[in-house]
Design a protein around this ligand. Structure first.
Ligand SMILES: *Cc1c(COP(=O)(O)O)cnc(C)c1O
Length: 394
C-alpha cells in the first residue's frame, strides 16, 4: 500500500520504475491502476470538493502515478505530465515573465528550436543560440543576462554533451534557471537535478513510454525551485491551456515506464556495440556516439551518465547525401521513421526532415537503437552499407 519501503537505503531506479508506486487500488485490490475517464467530479452539499478534484483539465487521477514515479527517479520535488514533449517545454517558455531571454543550444531538438524562432521570438521572447558544449560561449551569452538556460544532453542529432554542472553554475551566477531536455538520457542514465539543474523536461513519447504509442511530455522541478512563482505559473498554465494528456495516454505511459530501466540498458548496450563495430569502418566518415572514447564530450559523459551512453547514435556515410539516403533505403530491420526511444530500431535522414536551415550535415543518418539483438542490427547495417562506391574505396 505504501509508496516506499521502510528501508533507509533508497531504491534503485529499476525498482522504482517497475513498482510504479506499488499502490493497490483501494476499491478493488487491483495491482494495476484503473483508468479514470471522468471529466468532472461531484461537489459536496456545501459546494466544496472533499476529494480535491474538480475538472480533468486541472488534474486527473491517472497522472498521479507517472508523476510520482518520475519525481522519484529524477530526485525532484514535483512532476507534471503534459500532452507532448513540446507542450511541456513551451509551457515553461510561456511561464517566463514578459520580455524574458532564453539562451538555447544551436544543436537541439529541431521542433523546439523552430518554436523558439517562429513563435517565441515574434511573441517577444528573447532567444540566443550558443554552442552549449562550449562553456565560454555560454558565459559570453549570459553576460547579456538571461532568465532561462535551456540545455539538451546528449543533443539531437549530433549527440554533443553539455556539462550540466558547469552550465548550472553559469546560469545561476547570471540569475537564470537551468532547464534540461533529458529525453535522450532518461533518468536511468542522467539525473540532471543532482548536477544542479532546476527543471528537467522529457518527451515522454520517447523512452519513458518506450513503445511508440503515446504522445506525452513531462517537467520535473528541483526541490530548490518548487516554491518559486515560475513553477506555480507552469502548473497554472498547464490547466489553463489544457496542455494535458488523456487518462488512457497517462495510463499507457505508466505501463511503459515500468520497463524503463530494462529497455534503456538494452538499447544503450546495443548502441555501444554498433558504435564500436562501425567506429573505424571506411564506409563511414564518422560515428557520433558519446560512448566512444574519441567522441568530444566523452569524458563529461562518463562523469554525468551512469550505466550507459544511451540508445541514440548517428552515422555520417562516406560519399554524401545520396549514398546516406540509399543506405537508409536498404536497411531491413530499421524502420525509416521519425521519433526515437521505442523498442524497435528506427533510422532517419535528418537533413531532409529539418529543411534548408538545418545545421545537420546531409550525409547523416540518425539511428534510434531498439532492444533487438545487437548482432542482427549490426548485420543489417553491414549489408545496407554494402560496398563503398567506386572512388570512395580506401
Ligand atoms: C521528440 C522530442 C521532443 C518533442 O517531444 P514530443 O513529445 O514529440 O512533443 C523534444 N525533445 C527531444 C529531445 C525529442 O526527442
Amino acid at each position: 500500500m505504501t509508496d516506499k519501503t521502510d528501508a533507509a537505503r533508497p531504491l534503485a531506479p529499476a525498482t522504482v520504475a517497475a513498482r510504479a508506486t506499488g499502490r493497490v487500488d483501494p476499491a478493488t485490490g487491483a495491482v494495476v491502476p484503473p483508468i479514470h475517464p471522468a471529466t468532472t467530479y461531484e461537489r459536496a452539499a456545501d459546494l466544496s470538493y472533499p476529494r480535491g478534484r474538480v475538472y480533468t483539465r486541472a488534474d486527473n487521477p491517472n497522472y498521479d502515478a507517472p508523476e510520482a514515479v518520475l519525481t522519484e527517479l529524477e530526485g525532484g520535488a514535483e512532476s507534471l505530465v503534459f500532452a507532448s514533449g513540446v507542450a511541456a517545454a513551451v509551457t515553461l517558455f510561456q511561464a517566463l515573465p514578459q520580455g524574458a531571454r532564453v539562451v538555447a543550444p544551436e544543436i537541439m531538438y529541431w521542433g523546439l528550436r523552430k518554436w523558439l524562432i517562429e513563435v517565441g521570438r515574434p511573441a517577444g521572447l528573447g532567444v540566443a543560440f550558443v554552442d552549449m558544449t562550449d562553456q565560454q560561449a555560454l558565459a559570453a551569452a549570459l553576460d547579456e543576462g538571461a532568465d532561462l538556460v535551456w540545455v539538451e544532453s546528449p543533443a539531437n542529432p549530433l549527440w554533443g554533451i553539455t556539462d550540466i554542472a558547469a552550465a548550472a553554475r553559469l546560469a545561476h551566477r547570471a540569475g537564470a534557471v537551468l532547464a534540461v531536455d533529458s529525453t535522450a538520457a532518461t533518468p536511468i542514465l542522467t539525473r540532471p537535478i543532482e548536477h544542479g539543474a532546476d527543471i528537467v523536461m522529457h518527451s515522454a513519447t520517447k523512452y519513458l513510454n518506450g513503445h511508440s504509442d503515446v504522445l506525452a511530455g513531462t517537467l520535473t522541478v528541483a526541490p530548490g525551485l518548487a516554491g518559486d512563482p515560475l513553477w506555480a505559473r507552469v502548473r497554472q498554465l498547464r490547466s489553463m491551456s489544457g496542455n494535458i494528456p488523456g487518462p488512457f495516454e497517462a495510463w499507457l505511459l505508466l505501463r511503459g515506464m515500468r520497463t524503463l530501466a530494462l529497455r534503456v540498458e538494452r538499447a544503450s548496450a546495443n548502441a555501444l556495440a554498433i558504435a564500436q563495430h562501425f567506429a573505424r569502418d571506411p564506409r563511414l566518415d564518422a560515428v557520433l556516439y558519446p560512448g566512444l572514447p574519441d567522441f568530444p564530450g566523452h569524458e563529461i559523459a562518463q562523469r554525468q551518465m551512469t550505466g550507459g551512453f544511451g540508445g541514440m547514435l548517428s552515422i555520417r556515410v562516406a560519399g554524401g547525401r545520396d549514398r546516406a539516403i540509399d543506405v537508409a533505403a536498404r536497411l531491413r530491420l530499421f524502420a525509416r521513421a521519425t521519433s526515437l526511444g521505442g523498442v524497435e530500431s528506427l533510422v532517419e535522414h535528418r537533413a531532409s526532415v529539418e529543411g534548408k536551415d538545418s545545421p545537420v550535415p546531409d550525409d547523416l543518418l540518425r539511428i534510434s537503437v531498439g532492444i533487438e539483438a545487437a548482432a542482427d542490427l549490426i548485420a543489417d547495417l553491414d549489408q545496407a552499407l554494402g560496398k563503398a562506391p567506386a572512388g570512395d574505396a580506401q
